[in-house]
Design a protein around this ligand. Structure first.
Ligand SMILES: Nc1ncnc2c1ncn2[C@@H]1O[C@H](COP(=O)(O)OP(=O)(O)OP(=O)(O)O)[C@@H](O)[C@H]1O
Ligand SMILES: [Mg+2]
Length: 262
Protein backbone atom coordinates (compact mmCIF):
# COMPACT_ATOMS: atom_id res chain seq x y z
CA UNK A 1 0.00 0.00 0.00
CA UNK A 2 1.36 3.39 -0.95
CA UNK A 3 2.45 5.67 1.85
CA UNK A 4 -0.42 7.78 3.08
CA UNK A 5 -3.00 5.79 1.18
CA UNK A 6 -6.25 5.55 3.06
CA UNK A 7 -7.78 2.25 3.77
CA UNK A 8 -11.02 3.19 2.09
CA UNK A 9 -12.70 -0.22 1.99
CA UNK A 10 -12.09 -0.77 5.66
CA UNK A 11 -13.51 2.46 6.95
CA UNK A 12 -16.46 1.81 9.22
CA UNK A 13 -19.53 1.24 7.13
CA UNK A 14 -22.29 2.13 9.50
CA UNK A 15 -25.81 1.69 8.27
CA UNK A 16 -24.53 0.89 4.82
CA UNK A 17 -24.80 -2.87 5.05
CA UNK A 18 -21.34 -3.13 3.59
CA UNK A 19 -22.00 -1.00 0.54
CA UNK A 20 -19.45 1.75 1.14
CA UNK A 21 -16.42 0.70 -0.79
CA UNK A 22 -15.14 1.11 -4.28
CA UNK A 23 -17.39 0.10 -7.13
CA UNK A 24 -14.86 -2.46 -8.19
CA UNK A 25 -14.88 -4.15 -4.81
CA UNK A 26 -18.67 -4.16 -4.80
CA UNK A 27 -18.68 -6.32 -7.95
CA UNK A 28 -16.27 -8.87 -6.56
CA UNK A 29 -17.06 -11.60 -4.06
CA UNK A 30 -17.02 -10.29 -0.52
CA UNK A 31 -14.35 -12.82 0.43
CA UNK A 32 -11.92 -15.03 -1.44
CA UNK A 33 -9.24 -17.28 0.01
CA UNK A 34 -6.73 -17.95 -2.74
CA UNK A 35 -4.29 -20.85 -2.33
CA UNK A 36 -3.86 -20.19 1.37
CA UNK A 37 -1.20 -22.08 3.33
CA UNK A 38 -0.90 -22.15 7.08
CA UNK A 39 1.03 -24.33 9.46
CA UNK A 40 1.76 -23.77 13.14
CA UNK A 41 4.56 -26.33 13.18
CA UNK A 42 6.91 -27.49 10.48
CA UNK A 43 5.75 -30.63 8.78
CA UNK A 44 2.16 -30.27 10.07
CA UNK A 45 0.36 -27.96 7.66
CA UNK A 46 -3.24 -27.12 8.53
CA UNK A 47 -4.26 -25.31 5.35
CA UNK A 48 -2.58 -26.51 2.17
CA UNK A 49 -3.47 -24.32 -0.77
CA UNK A 50 -7.02 -23.73 0.43
CA UNK A 51 -9.26 -21.71 -1.88
CA UNK A 52 -12.77 -20.58 -1.07
CA UNK A 53 -15.02 -17.85 -2.43
CA UNK A 54 -17.92 -16.36 -0.50
CA UNK A 55 -20.38 -14.16 -2.35
CA UNK A 56 -22.01 -11.12 -0.89
CA UNK A 57 -25.16 -12.10 0.97
CA UNK A 58 -24.26 -15.79 1.29
CA UNK A 59 -24.77 -17.98 4.35
CA UNK A 60 -22.17 -20.74 4.34
CA UNK A 61 -21.36 -23.42 6.86
CA UNK A 62 -17.72 -24.38 7.29
CA UNK A 63 -17.32 -27.84 8.67
CA UNK A 64 -14.76 -30.62 8.98
CA UNK A 65 -13.44 -32.83 11.72
CA UNK A 66 -11.77 -31.49 14.84
CA UNK A 67 -8.39 -30.06 13.91
CA UNK A 68 -9.25 -29.65 10.23
CA UNK A 69 -8.63 -25.90 10.44
CA UNK A 70 -12.04 -24.23 10.79
CA UNK A 71 -10.95 -21.89 13.57
CA UNK A 72 -7.65 -21.32 11.79
CA UNK A 73 -9.46 -20.21 8.63
CA UNK A 74 -11.49 -17.68 10.62
CA UNK A 75 -8.46 -16.50 12.62
CA UNK A 76 -6.52 -15.81 9.44
CA UNK A 77 -9.39 -13.72 8.19
CA UNK A 78 -9.55 -11.47 11.24
CA UNK A 79 -5.73 -11.39 11.53
CA UNK A 80 -5.65 -13.40 14.72
CA UNK A 81 -2.97 -15.45 12.94
CA UNK A 82 -0.67 -14.73 10.03
CA UNK A 83 -0.90 -16.41 6.64
CA UNK A 84 2.15 -18.36 5.40
CA UNK A 85 1.29 -18.04 1.74
CA UNK A 86 -1.63 -17.11 -0.51
CA UNK A 87 -4.14 -14.28 -0.44
CA UNK A 88 -7.28 -13.55 1.52
CA UNK A 89 -9.25 -10.90 -0.33
CA UNK A 90 -11.91 -9.30 1.83
CA UNK A 91 -13.76 -6.26 0.52
CA UNK A 92 -11.14 -6.02 -2.17
CA UNK A 93 -8.15 -5.95 0.19
CA UNK A 94 -5.59 -8.65 0.88
CA UNK A 95 -5.93 -9.33 4.58
CA UNK A 96 -2.77 -11.46 4.51
CA UNK A 97 -0.74 -8.36 3.72
CA UNK A 98 -2.43 -5.83 5.91
CA UNK A 99 -0.41 -3.22 7.73
CA UNK A 100 -0.66 -3.72 11.46
CA UNK A 101 -2.37 -0.39 12.01
CA UNK A 102 -5.10 -1.32 9.51
CA UNK A 103 -6.23 -4.36 11.51
CA UNK A 104 -8.71 -2.43 13.70
CA UNK A 105 -10.35 -1.11 10.52
CA UNK A 106 -10.59 -4.63 9.16
CA UNK A 107 -12.23 -5.83 12.36
CA UNK A 108 -14.86 -3.11 12.25
CA UNK A 109 -16.13 -4.81 9.13
CA UNK A 110 -16.37 -8.17 10.86
CA UNK A 111 -18.75 -9.33 13.56
CA UNK A 112 -17.30 -12.31 15.38
CA UNK A 113 -19.12 -14.78 17.61
CA UNK A 114 -17.17 -17.41 19.57
CA UNK A 115 -18.17 -20.62 21.28
CA UNK A 116 -17.26 -19.24 24.70
CA UNK A 117 -19.07 -15.90 24.15
CA UNK A 118 -16.12 -13.77 25.32
CA UNK A 119 -18.25 -11.40 27.37
CA UNK A 120 -17.05 -9.40 30.35
CA UNK A 121 -19.22 -10.92 33.13
CA UNK A 122 -18.99 -7.90 35.43
CA UNK A 123 -20.27 -5.57 32.71
CA UNK A 124 -23.92 -5.21 31.87
CA UNK A 125 -25.31 -6.70 28.68
CA UNK A 126 -25.56 -3.13 27.40
CA UNK A 127 -21.88 -2.40 28.10
CA UNK A 128 -20.77 -5.64 26.45
CA UNK A 129 -22.58 -4.67 23.25
CA UNK A 130 -21.81 -0.95 23.37
CA UNK A 131 -18.05 -1.56 23.41
CA UNK A 132 -18.23 -2.51 19.73
CA UNK A 133 -19.61 0.94 18.89
CA UNK A 134 -17.70 3.06 21.38
CA UNK A 135 -14.46 2.47 19.48
CA UNK A 136 -16.14 4.09 16.47
CA UNK A 137 -16.61 7.37 18.27
CA UNK A 138 -20.39 7.58 17.86
CA UNK A 139 -22.46 9.90 20.00
CA UNK A 140 -23.76 8.45 23.24
CA UNK A 141 -27.35 8.88 22.06
CA UNK A 142 -26.69 6.94 18.86
CA UNK A 143 -24.86 4.21 20.77
CA UNK A 144 -27.80 3.88 23.14
CA UNK A 145 -30.29 3.61 20.28
CA UNK A 146 -28.22 1.10 18.33
CA UNK A 147 -27.43 -1.12 21.31
CA UNK A 148 -31.10 -1.11 22.36
CA UNK A 149 -32.05 -2.15 18.83
CA UNK A 150 -29.43 -4.93 18.73
CA UNK A 151 -30.56 -6.33 22.09
CA UNK A 152 -34.16 -6.27 20.83
CA UNK A 153 -33.14 -8.17 17.72
CA UNK A 154 -31.64 -10.99 19.76
CA UNK A 155 -34.66 -11.14 22.06
CA UNK A 156 -33.08 -9.42 25.05
CA UNK A 157 -34.86 -6.09 24.94
CA UNK A 158 -35.22 -4.74 28.47
CA UNK A 159 -32.33 -6.83 29.87
CA UNK A 160 -29.58 -4.34 29.04
CA UNK A 161 -28.89 -3.35 32.63
CA UNK A 162 -28.39 -6.92 33.91
CA UNK A 163 -24.83 -8.09 34.42
CA UNK A 164 -23.65 -10.42 31.66
CA UNK A 165 -22.52 -12.96 34.25
CA UNK A 166 -26.10 -13.67 35.39
CA UNK A 167 -27.44 -14.65 31.96
CA UNK A 168 -27.89 -18.29 30.90
CA UNK A 169 -25.59 -19.79 28.26
CA UNK A 170 -28.08 -19.24 25.44
CA UNK A 171 -28.69 -15.68 26.57
CA UNK A 172 -24.97 -14.98 26.79
CA UNK A 173 -24.60 -16.10 23.21
CA UNK A 174 -27.43 -13.73 22.27
CA UNK A 175 -25.53 -10.86 23.88
CA UNK A 176 -22.43 -11.89 21.92
CA UNK A 177 -24.49 -11.94 18.73
CA UNK A 178 -25.87 -8.47 19.52
CA UNK A 179 -22.29 -7.25 19.94
CA UNK A 180 -21.34 -8.82 16.60
CA UNK A 181 -24.19 -7.22 14.66
CA UNK A 182 -24.48 -3.82 16.34
CA UNK A 183 -21.88 -2.21 14.04
CA UNK A 184 -23.63 -3.68 10.97
CA UNK A 185 -20.47 -5.35 9.71
CA UNK A 186 -20.19 -6.63 6.16
CA UNK A 187 -19.48 -10.16 7.33
CA UNK A 188 -20.47 -12.15 10.42
CA UNK A 189 -18.11 -14.92 11.51
CA UNK A 190 -19.24 -17.56 13.93
CA UNK A 191 -16.87 -20.16 15.37
CA UNK A 192 -18.89 -23.03 16.87
CA UNK A 193 -21.36 -20.53 18.31
CA UNK A 194 -23.62 -23.32 19.50
CA UNK A 195 -20.85 -25.52 20.92
CA UNK A 196 -21.80 -24.78 24.52
CA UNK A 197 -25.56 -24.95 24.04
CA UNK A 198 -28.02 -27.78 24.22
CA UNK A 199 -29.48 -29.03 20.90
CA UNK A 200 -32.73 -27.06 21.03
CA UNK A 201 -30.91 -23.84 21.90
CA UNK A 202 -28.46 -24.58 19.09
CA UNK A 203 -31.32 -24.70 16.57
CA UNK A 204 -32.79 -21.49 18.02
CA UNK A 205 -29.42 -19.82 17.67
CA UNK A 206 -29.14 -20.96 14.07
CA UNK A 207 -32.56 -19.37 13.49
CA UNK A 208 -31.25 -16.12 14.91
CA UNK A 209 -28.24 -16.17 12.56
CA UNK A 210 -30.64 -16.84 9.71
CA UNK A 211 -32.75 -13.81 10.61
CA UNK A 212 -29.60 -11.72 10.64
CA UNK A 213 -28.65 -13.17 7.27
CA UNK A 214 -32.08 -12.38 5.86
CA UNK A 215 -31.66 -8.77 6.86
CA UNK A 216 -28.67 -8.56 4.52
CA UNK A 217 -25.54 -9.85 6.29
CA UNK A 218 -23.11 -12.36 4.86
CA UNK A 219 -22.55 -15.19 7.33
CA UNK A 220 -19.72 -17.70 7.67
CA UNK A 221 -20.67 -20.26 10.30
CA UNK A 222 -18.09 -22.83 11.43
CA UNK A 223 -19.57 -25.88 13.12
CA UNK A 224 -19.08 -29.59 13.40
CA UNK A 225 -22.67 -30.03 14.59
CA UNK A 226 -24.31 -32.27 12.04
CA UNK A 227 -27.77 -31.53 13.36
CA UNK A 228 -27.30 -27.92 12.30
CA UNK A 229 -25.82 -28.85 8.93
CA UNK A 230 -28.72 -31.14 8.21
CA UNK A 231 -31.39 -28.82 9.61
CA UNK A 232 -31.36 -26.61 6.50
CA UNK A 233 -30.38 -26.84 2.92
CA UNK A 234 -27.48 -24.40 2.86
CA UNK A 235 -24.07 -24.22 1.35
CA UNK A 236 -21.73 -26.53 3.23
CA UNK A 237 -17.97 -26.28 2.80
CA UNK A 238 -15.88 -29.09 4.27
CA UNK A 239 -12.25 -28.63 5.26
CA UNK A 240 -10.37 -31.78 4.46
CA UNK A 241 -6.63 -32.30 4.18
CA UNK A 242 -6.07 -28.57 4.19
CA UNK A 243 -8.44 -27.78 1.34
CA UNK A 244 -12.02 -26.52 1.14
CA UNK A 245 -14.51 -28.73 -0.68
CA UNK A 246 -18.08 -27.72 -1.42
CA UNK A 247 -20.66 -30.37 -0.65
CA UNK A 248 -22.94 -30.13 -3.69
CA UNK A 249 -26.52 -29.26 -2.84
CA UNK A 250 -29.06 -32.00 -3.29
CA UNK A 251 -26.50 -34.80 -3.30
CA UNK A 252 -26.85 -37.30 -0.53
CA UNK A 253 -24.27 -36.52 2.11
CA UNK A 254 -23.29 -40.23 2.08
CA UNK A 255 -20.91 -39.57 -0.75
CA UNK A 256 -19.17 -36.99 1.40
CA UNK A 257 -19.58 -38.97 4.55
CA UNK A 258 -15.85 -39.47 4.93
CA UNK A 259 -15.27 -35.72 4.97
CA UNK A 260 -18.04 -34.76 7.33
CA UNK A 261 -17.48 -34.64 11.06
CA UNK A 262 -18.89 -37.57 13.01
N1 LIG B 1 -1.82 -21.69 18.19
C1 LIG B 1 -1.58 -22.93 17.75
N2 LIG B 1 -0.36 -23.49 17.88
C2 LIG B 1 -0.10 -24.74 17.41
N3 LIG B 1 -1.01 -25.49 16.79
C3 LIG B 1 -2.23 -24.99 16.62
C4 LIG B 1 -2.59 -23.69 17.09
N4 LIG B 1 -3.88 -23.47 16.77
C5 LIG B 1 -4.31 -24.57 16.14
N5 LIG B 1 -3.33 -25.48 16.06
C6 LIG B 1 -3.44 -26.80 15.40
O1 LIG B 1 -3.92 -26.61 14.08
C7 LIG B 1 -4.87 -27.59 13.73
C8 LIG B 1 -6.16 -26.92 13.33
O2 LIG B 1 -6.74 -26.32 14.48
P1 LIG B 1 -8.13 -25.55 14.43
O3 LIG B 1 -8.35 -25.03 15.80
O4 LIG B 1 -8.11 -24.57 13.32
O5 LIG B 1 -9.13 -26.73 14.07
P2 LIG B 1 -10.72 -26.77 14.12
O6 LIG B 1 -11.18 -27.34 12.82
O7 LIG B 1 -11.24 -25.44 14.50
O8 LIG B 1 -10.98 -27.84 15.27
P3 LIG B 1 -12.20 -27.94 16.32
O9 LIG B 1 -13.38 -28.54 15.59
O10 LIG B 1 -11.67 -28.87 17.37
O11 LIG B 1 -12.48 -26.55 16.85
C9 LIG B 1 -4.98 -28.51 14.92
O12 LIG B 1 -4.16 -29.61 14.70
C10 LIG B 1 -4.46 -27.69 16.08
O13 LIG B 1 -3.86 -28.49 17.05
MG1 LIG C 1 -12.31 -24.74 16.12
Amino acid sequence: MAQGEHFEPFRPMLRSGGARFSRDAAKRPILAFEEVYKSYRQGAPVLRGMSLTIERGEFAFITGSSGSGKSTLLRLLYCGETVDDGRILFLGRDVARLRHDAIPFLRRNLGIVFQDFKLVPSWTAYENVAIALEVLGLSRRLVRARVGEALERVGLGGRGEDLAGVFSGGEKQRIAIARAIVGEPALILADEPTGNLDPQLAIDMLGLFEEIHESGATVLFATHDRTLLEARSRRVVVLDEGKAIDVPQGIATDEYETHLPH
